[in-house]
Design a binder for this molecule. Structure first.
Ligand SMILES: [Zn+2]
Length: 558
């Protein structure tokens, strides 16, 4: 069937297998199935709506509840609910059931859930899954000694990085897997001492590589395989290479910028595959790794039978409209920032850790069979944070679904007023930037640092070209936006070890730039520059690159 999207008005199709999925995840209470209706918004609008709920890289200064202590949290000061320090939240010093209330059939479901949403405390940040010394991190699991890193797992001693897994000592890196001592890398795997490189694998002691495999001691190279001592794709002797490298002042910002531009121009002359896919079967989208039957999805690793999903890792099966983060998840529908051993979560936000059979829940951990609950930990059979018996729960849940059908609330994700994220700090802004005015018209909030809080901030242009003389912290106004950001002593020490210059832009802006190299979730119809075959690619038609069908590319550069 065709439906006109209620948001963008464009027609979209609901296929047989979509209907079968909605039927499959529809809840059964007391032997009767309560069908989830098809969505009223198109897949793109649904994805954008969830992306705006996702805090990927922002930490906000705010006060903790109770006590008023200054903390950094994934929630901005404008969020309507109190935020507790993690150690308080995961303790018996409070009880989320104290906020419980009776469901009223006189008011709408969302109205009542919103009242609860405003008052129940949340934890500071998602950095409590087996992590150590990762206070200024979010969405962290199994990490140690990381600082301002996001969506990381099994990472150690990393700094200013995003989606880095199983890696050590990486700085300024994005989607970097099983690698060490990398700097400014994006989508690099099993690499060592690699800098300013993109989409390369098994490479070491090199700078400025694109789409290279098994290379070492190379500089400014594209599409090379099994090479050593190459500069700008030309074979050199060991001595020539070493002579060149001695003339390269890695700590100079100007020098790096000059080579970065030269390298960027060079990449325009070489073909690149139309999507990033690795060991996939029957998949569409971009950045899909080791997956099967994944459609219309981005940033997926170890996924199976997924559709319209975004950024899911580590065993995610049979899910749709699921935005972040997987790690053993199945039968998840229309959820955002949920994961870690979860199943049958429907219309949920930030629910994690062995949770199952949750409907319209927010920030519930280790919960089962709950409906419209907020901030519960290890509870079962609750509605609006009120405890029921199993029988009472099932009876109430069915009545509430019937009620929600009459108010047209059953079958859609939370409305925008539930979104605590300022639009310009959500991951949606990375891919779909809009003005403050437009964001506010759509009901989103907006966030800017108060420049008065940084009276000692200097302009980025006032930074030394090379490394500073001392390790004293510096506050800088971003060369891109003027946004102030701090460069700490710890950070300067790491840059000194790596012999790289100080950054000129805020860490979030740097992360956004690296992530944009991986392409937006939007795919464009183009043709392969070699064969003319029709392709769907994240590179827009006006991008300067030579795009080849991925299969053609792989056959040529084996
Ligand atoms: Zn739409």
């Amino acid at each position: 069937m065709h439906i006109n999207c209620h948001k963008c008005q464009k027609a979209f199709q609901i296929k047989e297998n979509d209907l079968a999925f909605y039927d499959h995840v529809s809840p059964v209470f007391a032997g009767r199935k309560y069908s989830i209706p098809p969505p009223i918004n198109c897949p793109h609008c649904r994805q954008c709506h969830r992306l705006a709920f996702r805090n990927q890289t922002a930490l906000f200064p705010r006060t903790a509840f109770p006590g008023g202590e200054k903390i950094f949290s994934m929630y901005p000061p404008s969020a309507p609910f109190p935020v507790m320090r993690n150690e308080d939240w995961f303790s018996d010093r409070w009880n989320a059931l104290d906020y419980g209330r009776e469901y009223s059939f006189e008011k709408s479901f969302m109205e009542q859930l919103y009242e609860l949403h405003k008052v129940v405390p949340r934890y500071t940040a998602i950095n409590n899954i087996r992590t150590e010394n990762c206070e200024y991190c979010n969405n962290a699991s199994d990490d140690k000694n990381c600082y301002l890193t996001f969506s990381m797992s099994n990472a150690e001693d990393c700094l200013y990085s995003e989606s880095v897994w199983g890696s050590k000592d990486c700085v300024e890196s994005t989607l970097t897997i099983e690698s060490e001592l990398c700097y400014d890398c994006t989508n690099c795997t099993r690499s060592f001492r690699l800098q300013s490189s993109f989409n390369s694998e098994n490479c070491s002691d090199s700078l400025f590589l694109l789409n290279c495999r098994n290379c070492r001691d190379c500089f400014g190279c594209v599409n090379l395989r099994n090479k050593k001592y190459c500069i700008w794709n030309e074979q050199k002797s060991k001595e020539e290479y070493e002579l060149f490298l001695r003339s390269f002042d890695g700590s100079s910002f100007q020098t790096r910028e000059k080579y970065r531009k030269e390298f960027e121009d060079m990449t325009h002359q070489h073909p690149r595959p139309h999507t990033i896919m690795h060991q996939v079967e029957d998949c569409t989208g971009n950045c899909v790794l080791e997956s099967r039957n994944v459609k219309n999805s981005n940033f997926i690793q170890h996924g199976e039978n997924l559709d319209n999903c975004f950024n899911l890792y580590d065993k995610t099966n049979d899910c749709r409209d699921y935005t972040f983060f997987g790690r053993s998840a199945e039968l998840i529908y229309d959820c955002c920032t949920c994961g870690n051993n979860i199943s049958r979560l429907i219309f949920c936000y930030t629910c994690r850790n062995q949770s199952s059979d949750l409907f319209y829940c927010i920030s519930c951990d280790g919960c089962k069979n709950c409906f419209g609950c907020v901030g519960l930990w290890k509870r079962e059979y609750c509605i609006l944070n009120k405890q029921y018996t199993k029988d009472e729960y099932e009876k109430m849940a069915t009545r509430i679904i019937e009620h929600m059908r009459t108010t047209k609330e059953w079958g859609e994700f939370f409305p925008v007023r539930f979104n605590p994220m300022p639009y310009n700090r959500s991951i949606a802004y990375r891919y779909y930037p809009i003005s403050e005015e437009e964001a506010k018209l759509k009901g989103y909030s907006w966030y800017e640092e108060d420049i008065k809080d940084f009276p000692d901030a200097i302009k980025a242009s006032q930074l030394p070209d090379g490394l500073p003389e001392t390790d004293a912290p510096i506050t800088v106004k971003s060369a891109l936006s003027g946004r102030p950001f701090r460069i700490t002593t710890q950070e300067i020490e790491r840059y000194r070890e790596l012999n790289v210059p100080l950054p000129r832009e805020s860490y979030e802006e740097r992360m956004n730039k690296r992530a944009q190299k991986l392409g937006s979730p939007q795919l464009y119809e183009r043709t392969c520059a070699k064969t003319g075959k029709a392709i769907l690619t994240p590179y827009p038609p006006d991008s300067p690159y030579i795009i080849w069908d991925r299969k053609e590319y792989e056959d040529t550069f084996q």
